[in-house]
Design a protein around this ligand. Structure first.
Ligand SMILES: *Cc1c(COP(=O)(O)O)cnc(C)c1O
Length: 352
């Protein structure tokens, strides 16, 4: 089996070795020490200072999105959602379920989030923004510069779901004025699914999280904040994935984050340069290094997906929604080389 999917991804041998080991008991000083070290390294790669705190949730990324909304906003807020695809729509749905007043900026497929689009929402009493920085369903990577500037000018808390851009593209939480960063194990981290992390800066902890009366026990961040100070979580964490995470962050620390990012960038450009050989094109909007949407001239995307899977045991991401019949999405993260990606181009030619 070979995965060119955005998550789970083709995992690295070191991670697979860890997965084969016995999972240890975790209410120990040894486990706490590992967690505190993980926490330090995670904040470093996120570009945030020691005042920020991380919530480690045993849940998929959507739960982290929902928990963040529940802990950071109330009916007194007015939230602006960038709804440029299914993940943006999910944020809007979460606001609806939790009765948080919100408005969505709906982008059609191919429409770029520009300064002009945002400007229409100046001075309208918004208190926060929810954005999936890389809208994985379409592949558009939004311009954090204009988002950050808009939020600063209007005094909005900026909540960024960075799940599919983190460790794939550069990311500087503090420099970009991001108050909350949402992360998940199965995308850029290249780990098993089931662990999500929410990085909160000191400001949003003081002003929103601590005063909020959350109508949930499992998702109450205050409990997690108390526990993580000593390297623990209130409930059984995803112990195995946390060990994978510790190993991955240690290896990023010794290999250098920029080397990892450069490798993914080199793979994505090598792949994109070859897409011209297919009866297909690339979108006109900015892309993440993580993922390339391949737009076929004809409605063959689902059959390409099925035939790669059934005939070669090779997986790419199919695409939901109206463009689903024309787009496959190819991820460039995980343990695949440039050669693997060039072979994928040849395989796609074969199934055509
Ligand atoms: C993958 C992903 C999520 C999380 O989805 P789950 O299926 O709940 O893990 C959230 N946001 C974005 C942008 C994603 O790419």
């Amino acid at each position: 089996m070979k995965l060119f999917t955005i998550g789970p991804v083709q995992m690295f041998p070191e991670t697979l070795d860890i997965r084969a080991q016995q999972i240890p008991y975790f209410r120990t000083t040894e486990f706490s020490q590992m967690m505190l070290k993980t926490d330090l390294l995670l904040k470093k790669v996120a570009g945030t200072g020691p005042e920020s705190k991380v919530i480690y949730l045993t849940a998929s990324g959507t739960a982290a999105m929902e928990a963040t909304v529940m802990n950071c906003f109330s009916s007194e807020d007015k939230v602006l959602v960038i709804a440029g695809g299914t993940f943006g729509q999910r944020f809007a749905e979460i606001c609806r379920v939790h009765e948080i007043p919100s408005e969505s900026i709906v982008l059609k497929f191919g429409e770029i989030l520009t300064r002009e689009v945002l400007e229409k929402y100046n001075d309208q009493g918004f208190t926060g923004m929810l954005v999936n920085l890389h809208e994985t369903s379409t592949g558009q990577l939004y311009d954090i510069g204009i988002i950050s500037e808009f939020c600063k000018r209007n005094g909005l808390y900026l909540i960024v779901d960075a799940i599919s851009t983190f460790l794939c593209d550069e990311f500087y939480m503090d420099e970009w004025g991001i108050d909350v960063t949402i992360l998940s194990s199965q995308k850029g981290f290249c780990l098993a699914p089931g662990l999500s992390m929410i990085v909160l800066n000191g400001k949003i902890i003081r002003e929103k999280v601590l005063p909020k009366k959350v109508k949930s026990m499992y998702f109450n961040f205050n409990d997690y904040l108390c526990n993580i100070a000593r390297g623990q979580t209130p409930f059984t964490p995803a112990v195995g994935i946390l060990i994978e995470l510790h190993d991955m962050l240690n290896r990023l620390e010794s290999d250098g984050l920029s080397n990892r990012l450069n490798k993914i960038k080199a793979i994505s450009s090598a792949f994109r340069n070859r897409v011209v050989e297919l009866p297909a094109s690339l979108p006109g909007f900015p892309l993440s290094n993580a993922l390339t949407p391949v737009i076929f001239d004809e409605e063959i995307a689902l059959s390409v997906f099925e035939r790669l899977k059934n005939e070669f045991d090779v997986f790419v991401n199919p695409t939901g929604g109206a463009m689903g019949t024309r787009i496959i999405r190819v991820a460039h993260i995980g343990n695949n080389s440039i050669e693997d990606h060039l072979e994928l181009i040849d395989l796609i030619k074969k199934v055509l």
